[in-house]
Design a protein. Structure first.
Length: 195
């Protein structure tokens, strides 16, 4: 029997159930069948949408790069981000992956006109009155290790807060960090694969 859940992974929580170095894990927030695991991962210092399932088909289709699917990130950056930096992010930038240069695939990037509505982060980002901390929406079709952070750093605006808001049409809208929702197979396949 397949199980499907989405969780809003909080900041400073590992994307796993097994304990490690005294850090919080998903097991501190949810109780799922033993054979259910996260699909992919979100870094310890990132937050947002994580899918949990025991359906190997979803795992395969979301992690195999040949099945391009959208991932939408809301990124708060350090310093003013310019239109030319947004254009660079859209076209793809060179980042370091395992000691080699890698050019990211074209993405969709835009600056939020107003701060997006998200739960407050705990602890909050360091606030500095004289340095702006605008929000950027980045929509990628790939997921390399720490890719978003490397991309914003490359255009001169390090990431302060990183939230994965959406995978295809599955979102964390109206969820709080640590919230988990069970979903049925028909709904998750429809939202992820439009079947």
């Amino acid at each position: 029997m397949h199980s499907y859940f989405i969780i809003y992974k909080p900041y400073l929580v590992l994307s796993q159930f097994s304990a490690e170095d005294g850090k919080q894990t998903l097991a501190d927030f949810c109780d799922v069948p033993k054979d259910v695991y996260p699909v992919g991962r979100l870094d310890y210092d990132s937050e947002g949408l994580l899918i949990l399932t025991n359906d190997k088909q979803i795992n395969h289709r979301l992690l195999d790069p040949s099945f391009k699917h959208e991932r939408e990130y809301w990124v708060q950056v350090d310093g003013n981000i310019t239109p030319s930096a947004i254009e660079e992010l859209s076209k793809g930038v060179e980042i370091n992956l395992d000691g080699k240069l890698y050019r990211t695939k074209p993405a969709r990037a835009e600056i939020f006109k107003a701060e997006p509505i998200l739960p407050a982060r705990n602890p909050p980002i360091r606030f500095r009155k004289e340095i702006p901390a605008p929000w950027v929406k980045l929509i990628l079709i790939e997921g390399k290790n720490r890719q978003v952070r490397k991309m914003t750093a490359k255009v001169g605006c390090p990431t302060l807060r990183l939230v994965r808001y959406r995978i295809e049409s599955l979102t964390i809208e109206n969820m709080q960090p640590g919230d988990m929702i069970a979903i049925n197979q028909k709904d998750i396949y429809k939202k992820l694969f439009y079947e």
